[in-house]
Design a protein around this ligand. Structure first.
Ligand code: ZN
Length: 119
């Protein structure tokens, strides 16, 4: 699985704009390359972001999720782990201060994995 640098940048920008609230989006794309962020209506607060999965467009290829932490910890919470196990296989957490390298990628079990960033 790979991710386009532009998608990552877009998510990082959104994270900065939303701070101190969390932001969550879905990762989609084709041929194992994530090249699309899908924004869905969600409830946001400083502590949690809950996505409305019932509003997921039909027919999208769901690779995973991306969300932010307004704290410097990229560690998944227990709510995150529940989300990870349900939707897709790649889950990215971007954490404060939302720099180019302030993110980590996890599999559906919440184990840290490497993902290649491509241009
Ligand atoms: Zn989280």
């Amino acid at each position: 699985m790979k991710i386009k640098r532009g998608v990552l940048r877009m998510a990082i920008e959104a994270a900065k704009n939303m701070h101190p609230n969390e932001f969550i989006a879905l990762l989609s794309g084709k041929k194992d390359i994530i090249d699309e962020l899908i924004f869905l209506p969600y409830e946001s607060s400083e502590f949690s972001a809950l996505i409305h999965m019932d509003m997921l467009p039909l027919g999208i290829r769901l690779y995973g999720t991306i969300h932010t932490h307004p704290s410097p910890s990229c560690r998944p919470s227990s709510e995150d782990l529940a989300l990870f196990s349900k939707y897709g296989k790649v889950h990215i957490i971007v954490c404060y201060p939302y720099g180019e390298n302030d993110w980590k990628c996890y599999n559906r079990k919440g184990e840290e994995i490497e993902i290649e960033v491509v241009d």
